[in-house]
Design a protein around this ligand. Sequence first.
Ligand SMILES: CC(C)(COP(=O)(O)OP(=O)(O)OC[C@H]1O[C@@H](n2cnc3c(N)ncnc32)[C@H](O)[C@@H]1OP(=O)(O)O)[C@@H](O)C(=O)NCCC(=O)NCCS
Length: 182
Amino acid sequence: MADLLIRRLDADAVAQHAASLAALLIDAVEDGASVGFLPPLAEDAARAYWSGIRASIAAGHRVLLAAFAAGDLVGSVQMDLADLPNASHRAEVMKLFVHRRARKRGIARALMRAIEDEARQGGRRLLVLNTRLGDVAERLYAGMGYVKSGLIPRYARSASGELSTTVIMYRWLDEQDGDPTI
Ligand SMILES: CC(C)(COP(=O)(O)OP(=O)(O)OC[C@H]1O[C@@H](n2cnc3c(N)ncnc32)[C@H](O)[C@@H]1OP(=O)(O)O)[C@@H](O)C(=O)NCCC(=O)NCCS
């Protein structure tokens, strides 16, 4: 997309974009996405979620990238930096959202490539994530080289009330080392 800009948001930028970030989360939850919340999600609960993320960014544990199309914030993705001494090479990718009005234009794929670049720059070579079995996101991650390593049944509640299965996936970014498939 020609007018797409992906930018890392610091804590101040999260405050500046609080309304758009809250709207993005509410849109994903209303769409039935498995992103931690169940519909309906109130605006102040969405804002409280982003305030918590703001604190994690300020503490250096979380990276947040946002996608802007023609100046509008239309997507985001996060990376949680494992901070245990034996895990400094690893991070968890989470909360990939693209607003319904901007989907199927390659924005999620661009956000994922950008978070991988951030990971490499920070020395994080192993990315892990989980996603609901059968969702569009599972196909997206598989198509980008993420390896499915297992399933956990009844992992998270869906809007329908049903407990749904999650897929655990990983990607080793340093391809010259070879894929460490078990
Ligand atoms: C999953 C999500 C982020 C995809 O965003 P997007 O910007 O529409 O995705 P992209 O346009 O980058 O598409 C990426 C790939 O997925 C495929 N895809 C996207 N939406 C699709 C759909 N509804 N049906 C089938 N394939 C789809 C595209 O074809 C594309 O593959 P390709 O590049 O090989 O053609 C978006 O649907 C979303 O925000 N969903 C709700 C939140 C969510 O579930 N996040 C995942 C949490 S783990």
